[in-house]
Design a binder for this molecule. Structure first.
Ligand code: UDX
Length: 441
């Protein structure tokens, strides 16, 4: 099948490359010429494990272009995988989707199925179909189908090739048959439904996971107050298969390009229809507070961070990605700087992106050791393997005051008890294993 993909971000590029891997000929369209020439030379513009290798393997079936006319003209299927960022009021910005739809309408010269992969508000597929039909330059039949993706950053290739399900939202059987043909070599359950239900499956799935995280974070906060251990609580809950053990890791809140945006967008949509989604509202509120959890904890040790040497480990919203969108570091580091802290930060892949936002008043370090040298307090924002594997005893050797605030519960408490540190994590007892009091150090 001849496939075109609009957008070469996490969704578009990964979709295009994985469809090529399954034997399709794929043209990926992007407006950015520099990005397109980079991709044509076999280089991925985004950091995603396995993507570059899979691109290299399938370059004969992949074509990257800024020339959308050429890509769309005779495509059997056109995927729209452009961004739908959050607007000021929490609703989704559909400008990129509409712009792709307009280009498609102007270019298609044969019947085709336009597939919306981007996460869009319920009802958008209907509107896009009407929009394309009313802007067509040639008399062709066009069918719009909703086909949400469920990939996570950092495991996007695996999540796409071995997807948990394929959701197809269509109003006419011909569009459903075409998509089933596209996915015939993927081994996953296929759910064929109408477009609105498909759109809702995506929001409901993401918002449920966000809710699960906010739920365990609230339980963690209560565990701290009453002296329970949230990791054990989550473990005990997770053995119940109705609950499941995944997405029960408490921490300093969820970030990324999906959960924050999709919770707000669904809440906005419900409000728009005079309905309040109380559970989603709670998930959002809990998350906003949770992001400030470590900075609030730091008040136990310092009245203010003025003149305090702060070490930050991890900048990205989660490990395995260089993406900073909605990362807790983005809220916390400016507060520390405003407070007068001397901030040193380390991240294995996120520093270049963070520098674009915060070029000054922060020292970027190449190693965890350099970051911790002479620090008075350490904040862990991302559970990178390098952090989890870092010898806990080194904190007290390197830091001036070994106070470790761990927003991702990277270490077990028994190790912290032997490490000569103050170790304050999420939803667990604070460990003070200092051999001498801090004032005497
Ligand atoms: C998410 C969904 O998982 C994916 O299905 C959807 O298509 C896009 O949104 P992603 O944003 O890449 O994927 O990351 P994910 O691994 O889901 O993590 C999101 C955030 O939740 C991260 O900040 C992570 O640290 C946090 N999280 C996740 C927790 O705090 N606890 C958990 O137990 C799991």
């Amino acid at each position: 099948m001849k496939i075109a993909v609009a957008g070469t971000g996490y969704v578009g590029l990964v979709t295009g490359v994985c469809l090529a891997e399954k034997g399709h000929t794929v043209s990926c369209v992007d407006i950015d010429e520099r990005k397109v020439s980079l991709m044509n030379s076999g280089v991925s513009p985004i950091y995603e494990p396995g993507l570059q290798e899979l691109m290299g393997k399938n370059m004969e079936k992949l074509h990257f272009t800024t020339n959308y006319q050429e890509a769309y003209r005779d495509a059997d299927v056109i995927f729209i995988g452009v961004g739908t960022p959050e607007k000021q009021d929490g609703s989704a910005n559909l400008a990129y989707v509409y712009s792709a739809a307009e280009q498609i309408a102007q270019c298609i010269e044969k019947d085709c199925v336009v597939v919306i992969k981007s996460t869009v508000p319920v009802g958008t597929n209907d509107k896009i179909e009407d929009f394309i039909k009313s802007h067509l330059a040639h008399p062709v039949n066009v069918y719009v189908a909703s086909n949400p993706e469920f990939l996570s950053q950092g495991t996007a290739v695996r999540d796409t090739l071995y997807t948990s399900r394929i959701v197809i939202g269509v109003e006419e059987p011909i569009a459903g048959d075409t998509l089933q043909e596209v996915y015939k070599d993927f081994k996953a359950p296929v759910i064929v439904t109408n477009r609105k239900s498909a759109e809702m499956i995506k929001y409901a799935s993401n918002d449920f996971l966000a809710l699960k995280i906010s739920f365990i974070n609230e339980i963690a906060n209560l565990c701290e107050i009453i002296g329970a251990n949230v990791d054990d609580v989550a473990l005990g809950m997770g053995y119940d298969s109705r609950i499941g053990n995944r997405f029960l890791n408490s921490g300093i809140g969820y970030g990324g390009s999906c959960f924050p945006k999709d919770t707000k967008a669904l809440h906005w949509l419900a409000n728009f229809h005079d309905y309040e989604l109380k559970t989603i509202k709670a998930a959002i509120d809990v998350n906003e507070n949770q992001k400030l959890k470590l900075i609030k904890k730091s008040r136990k040790y310092f009245d203010s961070l003025k003149g305090v040497n702060v070490a930050v480990l991890g900048l990205t919203f989660k490990p395995g990605t260089d993406d900073l969108r909605e990362a807790p570091s983005l809220v916390n580091i400016p507060l520390m700087i405003e407070d007068g802290a001397n901030v040193k930060a380390w991240d294995p892949v996120g520093i270049n992106n963070f520098k674009k936002i915060q070029p000054e008043n922060i020292t970027y370090c190449e190693s965890i050791e350099d970051t911790l040298e002479e620090a008075d307090i350490c904040f862990i924002f991302t559970e990178w393997d390098e952090v989890k594997d870092f010898d806990l005893s080194k904190y007290s050797k390197l830091m001036r005051k070994p106070i470790v605030l761990d927003g991702r519960n990277c270490y077990d408490l028994s190790s912290a008890r032997k490490a000569n540190i103050i170790y304050d994590s999420i939803g667990r007892e604070t460990i003070n294993s200092l051999e001498t009091t801090l004032v005497n150090r």
